[in-house]
Design a protein around this ligand. Sequence first.
Ligand code: HEC
Ligand code: HEC
Ligand code: HEC
Ligand code: HEC
Ligand code: HEC
Ligand code: HEC
Ligand code: HEC
Ligand code: HEC
Ligand code: HEC
Ligand code: HEC
Length: 449
Amino acid sequence: MADGERATKKRAQRIDMNYFKRPHPFRRWRFWLSVSVPLLAILWIAWHGLTGNKRVYSGGPMSPAHAVLAAKCDACHFEMAGFFSQKTSDRACLACHDGPIHHANQVFTPKCASCHEEHRGLARLAATSDAACTQCHSNLRTSGAPTKFVRDIENFGSGHPEFAVLHSGSSDPGTIKLNHAVHMKKNLKGPNGEPVQLDCDDCHRPPTSTDAWRFGSATPMAIPAAQKSDLLPQKSDLAAMVLARAYMAPPTYVKTCVACHSLQFDKRFTESVPHDTPEVVHKFLVERFQQYIAAHPAEVRVTGPVPGLPQKPQPVAVRVLTPQQWVTERVAESEQLLYGKTCKQCHALSVSSGSELPVVAKSNITPRWLPHANFNHDRHQLVKCTECHAALTSHETADILIPGIATCEKCHHSGADGAESRCFECHTYHDWTKAKAVKGKLTLSGLGD
Ligand code: HEC
Ligand code: HEC
Ligand code: HEC
Ligand code: HEC
Ligand code: HEC
Ligand code: HEC
Ligand code: HEC
Ligand code: HEC
Ligand code: HEC
Ligand code: HEC
């Protein structure tokens, strides 16, 4: 016990009581560091303050589109009497570009900054989160009449509705008869009877295509000067070209049918009637036969039944007609052939009261099937047409060949192996038809750094 006490005392005497009073290199360092670091910080802030650089206060890296504004905090943030607000106002954003409202009947309007999250270094500021949309679309309310759109959408992978055009009972409103299965079969009879294999792009191309049409008219119609435009996308403008190739142009007779389906009207002529309204066709026929009979006056002597009369047994008589009678009979014969067979093969014809000529139904080829979403064929060139469109087995025009949501989900799904599946990929938020032009106010020297 006594031995233990002595040992403790001895050890205590070894402690140097003045240790902290004597100078030491470490303590000198601590002192100078604690004074100089805040001083440097103040000097640094003061220096940037004096030179007008406000990046030091920044909330994080700007997205690339706004990088040129990295030093112009006041373009977006209020600064009043030296007071800097971390909040931004929609008015500030609107001074440089419009962001038109989504729908007039939305019950509130979110702030620009709530969807476009700045200072996160996002590669695309317009790549908004699903929450930006589902804040309304998971329980969609409208001012005024209730909405006709599905009201509970959480994300694309689950709970996004099938596209409205594919709901049961809908059909293609087009009236041009086209049997895809017949035309896509092997060894279809081509223009001169030789076998051909049609390809989708013999009939379907984007409107900007300039390649010759395989089964189009040999004498292409001249494009009226008014339809040519110097403002069409230039080949150097990739984005504009991609956009111009987004959708397919409706097929036309002159570009895609004419070589195999001619509109011949009489064996005396090799030419066809113009592909136009029955009135124009009628005028054309009258003119051609008038010219013909003037050049071949002997042909007013005809044998055989009078066209249009019931086929009761008639004595085979030779009739001598006036040129006018002859023309009327030949025109009637040709029109019988055209409207009873040729035009009818592709068109729905109806008789109109008060006219002997039939009415050709509007062709009604739908140019856009999914008007409430975006699609771009150019971005999907990697996939065979028939993976998305069941055209090879379609026999009726009424069939809808547009793919359903399950096809899109094969690629557009969450996870590292999926294409983008957030709402903005396929939808537009702003109604850009209402965008107002903005008058720029910045000067180049004002951008500073
Ligand atoms: C192009 C517009 C724009 C410019 C320029 C800009 N900001 Fe911001 N800033 C925003 C937006 C949007 C927010 C989000 C705030 C909100 O909800 O209103 C924000 C938020 C902030 C915040 C809050 C923290 C955060 O990240 O949300 C700070 C701090 C900030 N900004 C500092 C700066 C500074 C300093 C500058 C200049 C160097 C600057 N900002 C320039 C748009 C801008
Ligand atoms: C001083 C001018 C200026 C202000 C203020 C400004 N922007 Fe921009 N913004 C630009 C420019 C320049 C571009 C790039 C050109 C373009 O796309 O119009 C751009 C592009 C964008 C884009 C598209 C780019 C992308 O990456 O998707 C969005 C979205 C956007 N701004 C939102 C905002 C929001 C929100 C605010 C307000 C917080 C704002 N901007 C304030 C000048 C401005
Ligand atoms: C509910 C979310 C939301 C709000 C609120 C919102 N935006 Fe957008 N914004 C989007 C989405 C999504 C896109 C991309 C699709 C589109 O163009 O509509 C976009 C696109 C843009 C673009 C063009 C991007 C490009 O590709 O060039 C600009 C500029 C823009 N917004 C500005 C604004 C401004 C200014 C406001 C406020 C007045 C605003 N936005 C409010 C979601 C929103
Ligand atoms: C403030 C609420 C609100 C927000 C936020 C919102 N929507 Fe809407 N959305 C509506 C309303 C309201 C309608 C119109 C319903 C009607 O007319 O019956 C609508 C209609 C639509 C439609 C169908 C009509 C059309 O515009 O083609 C689509 C698609 C759509 N929204 C997508 C989006 C996407 C994508 C976002 C996010 C970027 C979004 N919405 C954000 C309220 C909102
Ligand atoms: C991969 C593409 C894609 C994505 C991602 C996507 N949609 Fe759609 N959405 C479509 C297509 C295509 C339609 C059909 C449009 C039509 O019928 O005109 C549609 C239809 C809609 C409609 C109209 C529904 C109706 O009643 O007819 C709304 C609202 C809508 N989407 C909202 C959203 C929201 C919100 C998100 C994100 C959570 C989203 N969509 C994600 C492709 C997409
Ligand atoms: C001989 C010309 C021709 C060929 C070849 C052809 N189509 Fe069509 N296609 C048409 C015509 C004419 C229409 C419009 C009438 C209709 O809706 O059936 C049409 C309509 C369509 C439509 C939109 C109408 C709907 O009902 O969805 C799609 C999609 C389509 N075709 C895909 C294809 C695909 C894919 C191929 C190749 C496998 C193909 N077509 C080959 C002439 C053709
Ligand atoms: C091989 C098929 C085919 C034949 C035969 C055919 N057409 Fe057409 N017709 C079309 C197609 C395809 C269109 C739609 C696109 C276009 O304008 O070429 C069309 C469009 C029309 C239109 C415009 C309809 C509208 O939407 O307003 C008229 C008028 C017309 N045809 C008249 C005729 C007449 C008259 C005949 C007979 C002399 C005829 N067609 C023979 C395929 C045909
Ligand atoms: C390469 C030649 C070729 C082209 C181009 C072509 N067709 Fe045909 N079409 C045929 C042949 C051959 C038949 C007869 C097939 C059979 O009966 O087996 C036919 C038959 C048809 C029929 C009757 C189909 C049936 O169900 O029996 C219609 C209607 C028709 N074509 C419309 C069109 C239209 C509209 C276009 C242009 C959009 C077009 N065709 C382009 C060769 C062609
Ligand atoms: C990844 C799926 C996909 C592929 C691959 C695809 N399409 Fe489409 N196609 C669509 C969708 C979706 C629409 C509806 C677009 C709209 O009108 O809103 C469409 C529409 C069409 C239409 C109607 C006109 C239009 O553009 O809306 C035609 C014709 C057509 N496609 C032909 C083709 C041909 C020919 C190919 C091959 C070169 C092809 N498609 C490849 C998905 C696809
Ligand atoms: C074979 C896979 C595949 C299928 C199937 C597919 N997509 Fe895509 N889609 C892609 C890829 C890859 C991109 C490019 C993604 C990117 O740019 O980051 C894309 C891009 C898009 C875009 C953006 C286009 C643009 O202008 O940038 C839209 C809209 C779209 N797809 C809609 C659809 C719809 C609607 C369907 C179903 C009818 C569909 N996709 C089916 C792979 C696919």
